[in-house]
Design a protein around this ligand. Structure first.
Ligand code: PLP
Length: 403
């Protein structure tokens, strides 16, 4: 009989959103007439920009013609036209990232999980808590030691390094899922100094960078001096351009990023990651890469920003409701997420049940993202405008009645 990787038995039995879906299904069965508003899962709802769809159709047409048909892509790292477009995008906000430091993938989640393949199991992993679950889960699966940096009300849900603690791999996410908090330039400099002191590597998830409006908040870790010697960045078109159902993202591993192997030789992290991908990943489809490249054209950026502006206005509506009610929150600016403290010090799952029962609004209990999420709650601004307004009207009544 094959043996299991028993590390999987250490994981939460169900992924957070499966538990939420089960609760919604039970509620629906008991209340078939209920008009449920979903503000839980961080999925987008607006259609993809027309210029992007046109580029994808053109890519499909090319696949149907012998002269322009494409099979496997030679490098598996993405077509040059897309890697150059991503590199140009980075330059537009002050990060110097060369096309050959970029690898195209099927979304940030895969690489956030898979990158651990290239690191030894004895590394100490530092994760800010609360966190997007893949950072913790993928390291639990391989039995690594995980330590946590607390993000909490006191530090505005932006954990900073503790100099007395050593870590080898550090996960940072800014703008943060679930808390909507962001790291400033000064804070990121501090993390880079900590990484260098510990010979550590930062895995920086910038999936929500397109929501940043504050000029003091960097759109990439590579806007910070010294990042190229100690950072990897993962980004995605899922939230930037509505690609959750298209699947395309990119990972940046700088040429300058090296580790010393046990025999003393210096090894390029990009080279090892390329080797891993060569064995286990055959690249992203050509039409999707054509669509992705269209995002970075002037017209593409203009069109995707119209959608982002729509979500930002939803975020403002939610934030204004919290402010009006005196509910403490982070996010809402520079982020599509609003992370608020449950009224009357309620626990996250209790507040989830209350919202579902009383106002049929679904959010995400903060406790599902780590211990510091207990007592907090996440709402997303990715929904429809009228439904967001309606949800906030119901929320206002609920919270006013609780006072
Ligand atoms: N990183 C963060 C912080 C996310 O919230 C998400 C998705 O919600 C992802 C990465 C994954 O995005 P995708 O795999 O769709 O590119």
């Amino acid at each position: 009989m094959p043996q299991l990787n028993e590390n999987f038995l250490r994981l939460e039995k169900n992924y957070l959103f499966i538990n939420i879906a089960k609760k919604i299904a039970a509620f629906k069965e008991a209340h078939p007439e209920a008009d449920i508003i979903r503000m839980g899962i961080g999925d987008v709802t607006l259609p993809i920009a027309p210029v992007v769809i046109e580029a994808m159709k053109k890519g499909c047409d090319e696949m149907g013609v012998k002269e322009t048909f494409k099979g496997y892509e030679d490098s598996g790292a993405g077509y040059d036209f897309l890697r150059e477009a991503v590199s140009g995008y980075y330059k537009s906000f002050g990060a110097d990232v060369a096309p050959d430091e970029i690898r195209i993938n099927d979304g940030a989640k895969s690489d956030c999980g898979n990158i651990v393949d290239i690191f030894g199991d004895d590394n100490t992993i530092l994760v800010t808590d609360p966190a997007y679950p893949v950072y913790v889960d993928s390291n639990l699966m391989s039995g690594r030691k995980i330590i946590y940096a607390d993000s909490n009300e006191e530090n505005g849900f932006a954990a900073m390094p503790d100099e007395s603690v050593h870590a080898d791999i550090i996960y940072l996410c800014s703008p943060n899922n679930p808390t909507g908090s962001v790291y400033t330039r000064t804070q990121l400099k501090e993390w880079i100094a900590y990484a260098k002191k510990n010979n550590a590597i930062i895995i920086y998830d910038s999936a929500y960078e397109a929501f940043i409006t504050d000029p003091d908040v960097p759109r990439s870790i590579f806007c910070i001096e010294g990042a190229k010697e100690c950072c990897i960045e993962m980004c995605s078109l899922s939230k930037t351009a509505g690609f959750t159902g298209m699947r395309c993202g990119y990972t940046v591993i700088p040429e300058a990023l090296k580790v010393i192997a046990s025999d003393g030789t210096e090894v390029s992290v990009a080279q090892i990651w390329g080797r891993r991908q060569g064995s286990k990943f055959n690249g992203v489809s050509y039409p999707v890469q054509c669509a992705a490249a269209a995002v970075f054209t002037p017209e593409g950026l203009k069109q995707v920003h119209e959608n982002i502006a729509y979500y930002q206005e939803n975020a403002r509506i939610i934030s204004d409701t919290m402010t009006k009610l005196g509910v403490k929150f982070t996010g809402g600016v520079n982020s599509p997420y609003i992370w608020f403290k449950c009224p009357n010090d309620m626990k996250s799952w209790d507040f989830f049940d209350l919202m579902l029962e009383k106002i049929a609004v679904v959010g995400t209990p903060g406790a599902g993202f780590g211990k510091n999420g207990e007592g907090w709650f996440r709402l997303t601004s990715f929904g429809d405008r009228q439904r967001t307004i309606e949800a906030m009207e119901r929320f206002e009544k609920l919270v006013s009645d609780m006072k």
